[in-house]
Design a protein around this ligand. Sequence first.
Ligand code: UD1
Length: 422
Amino acid sequence: MDSIVVRGNGPLSGQIPIAGAKNACLALMPATLLSDEPLTLTNAPRLSDIRTMTELLASLGAEVTALQDGKVLATSCHGEINPVADYDIVRKMRASNLVLGPLLARLGHAVVSLPGGCAIGARPMDIHVDALSALGAEIELKDGYLHAEAKGGLKGAVHEMRFASVGATENFLMAASLAKGTSVLKNAAREPEIVDLAKCLRAMGAQIEGDGTSEIVIEGVDRLHGATHPVVADRIELGTYMLAPAICGGEVECLGGRIDLIESFCEKLDAAGVSVEQTHTGVKVSRKNGRIHAVDVVTEPFPGFPTDLQAQMMALLCTAEGTSVLEEKIFENRFMHAPELMRMGANIEVHGGHATVHGVEKLKGAPVMATDLRASVSLILAGLAAEGETVVSRVYHLDRGYERVEEKLKGVGAHIERVKAS
Ligand code: UD1
């Protein structure tokens, strides 16, 4: 298995290009199942999760061709469709559950394995099941698979989710786009990736209003057609790279970044002593004078502080002046990076959903292990701020969500190398 070696160094400077959003792209790709005409996605990120979704869609009978070195995905689904999403692929990634809504809408039935993905909590599927059941699907769990059937097709309905689940909102949007009649989703998730999916579905002929708010109205149509859609910028990759100059000092511009995608995160950076500025080309970040200040963080659904930036923010706060409290409200068991950061000299206490970080002057390089996608990049960020060498092992997690991480960081002067497993 590959590992990444980071040596702590001084100020960073330069530009880092931000890719299309992994989480948006993983919801957009299954939309190809909704139409027999081609769907082309531009600004796609080049990641192993995207290859997993390609593999899953191929197993269902869709074609996904990566063009322009993977930046463009040409998808189509005009032949026979297999309604079974097999455990062998689905277990690799939780976002595989996003084929359930489209398969149901197009075929009237689907059999989808319960998903896997990062080990950050139980992550059940009940909100998806309730949302699709509201549209008239009958769903049963048998032998680890969800068996869903909508006899006579899906029918528009008003449904309120018990929690604003991102994935369940996406499944509902795709399914309701081809249902008969009007659907209203209350307590819908408001993440930018939902807005991006709605934009793409509208380009395919869907009638959707209210995306980006907690009530989305969908007028079902008989068929969707082909479209070309640019994937929105990855706000999590953006936030991650914004933390690099915050941790090391210097000034970095994240090209293609948009502050409006992560305002709550930018507010916390400002309070911690990091200056953030929207430019014509991206987001410019530099550390204000002196040490980082401690700040408290609570993760919440959008527009709150994103859970996917909690681990990286913790890396910053490890060397802040004072004590910060991070509260994780989206996932249980999402502090697995804390013990690894402690190996590097961080002073952290974890009690249930709270982590208290007492800032230390300096971190020290150490061998550490990546436990999930965002945890792994937090260890790289911490390594950039540490004295000596940090070796992050199990970096396959990283490749699921960050394209060319070492190249991008090297480009702004970081000392980072990938060591290939022999
Ligand atoms: C998406 C993102 C993930 C991000 C998360 C929260 C993708 C591919 N992944 O994941 O990176 O961390 O949003 O912003 O877009 N839950 C249930 N029952 C369900 C569904 C979810 O209890 O049926 C719970 C989950 O266990 C979790 C919480 O709800 O505790 C949030 O999950 P959800 O918003 O659905 O996240 P994902 O769509 O899986």
